[in-house]
Design a protein around this ligand. Sequence first.
Ligand code: COA
Length: 334
Amino acid sequence: MKSSITQGVKMLATGSAVPDLCINNELISNIVDTSDEWIFNRTGIKERRILSGSTSLIDIAALASIQALDKTNINALDLDLIILATSTPNDLFGSASQLQAKIGASRAIAFDITAACSGFLIAMVTAAQFIQNGSYNNVLVVGADVLSKWTDWSDRRTCILFGDGAGAAILQSCSLLENNILGFNLNTNGQKFDQLNIQYEYSKKEDLFSTGIKGNFKYITMNGKEVYKFAVSKVPQSIQCCLSSLNLSVKQINWLLLHQANERILNAVASRLMIPSEKVISNLSKYGNTSAASIPLALNEAIEDSRIQSGDLVVMSGFGAGLTWGTLILRWNA
Ligand code: COA
């Protein structure tokens, strides 16, 4: 089959933003029967940021996007495409167009991708296709979520886990030699969709046409133990599969950047792959699980504080509702 790849993809820069309001474990233990000790020991989380007042998903997504753009020599008008990975849109028809308007990227086509905690990775892979086949040159990929809006703050099994945030990456076409998005592996098991979801509940009430299809979305529900087992067994397989498709070995990994769901999951995946803990990027203690934002938020922090250096091999894996999981391998070049 003829390859449709005509261009390489280069990640130029990243950005991130979190809301100001910080909720620590002590505060949560005033609301539900839990403790800082329980939450920290079981998850590694100390505090999380929560959207408040009139600040919206779009505001934090725009801050992250502008921060990333400011590190490049292109501006919003140069963007051809914006992909917003979010499962908590402002508008069920999609929120990416509001982001496009807010940052003044009037030339760009903009759309949402809904894939929960794997959303950023899937959006990156989607963006890379548009660049590799020569359709677009400059693409903004954003992962942003405000799961606090869908959290049942009386459910101690879930309300301790999530926080809000946004992260962004600017991708640009380049020669095949300069390509730094090396490869990916994506997977879905829809049989297990009900292990972690925000269900739409049909109402029994009569509506205008007696269709019975009126209703509302419920809160996050999760089978914590099953999700934990799923992540620890499937993520290492995805990483191995992606590495071997590129003839790379685990030893060549400089940084393991997993979706920030639970410190014990990060440690278990690293230990299954025999990756030393110094190579594992974690910012969970400060933000909890920020869903689609977690990978770009952690990536941006590790680039900004110079942990990730030019030439480093960064293995990123996302996992979560769907159930969906996957890996993307980046050779970071500043
Ligand atoms: N504070 C105190 N006790 C709590 C608690 C809390 N916040 N949440 C649950 N418990 C209690 C349970 O009621 C249970 O008590 P019991 O033994 O008397 O019945 C006990 O702690 C153990 O509960 P369990 O659910 O078995 O805990 P766990 O070790 O599985 O940890 C999670 C719970 C949620 C931290 C863990 O399952 C997890 O992180 N799973 C993955 C979730 C995830 O990452 N989801 C997002 C993926 S994108």
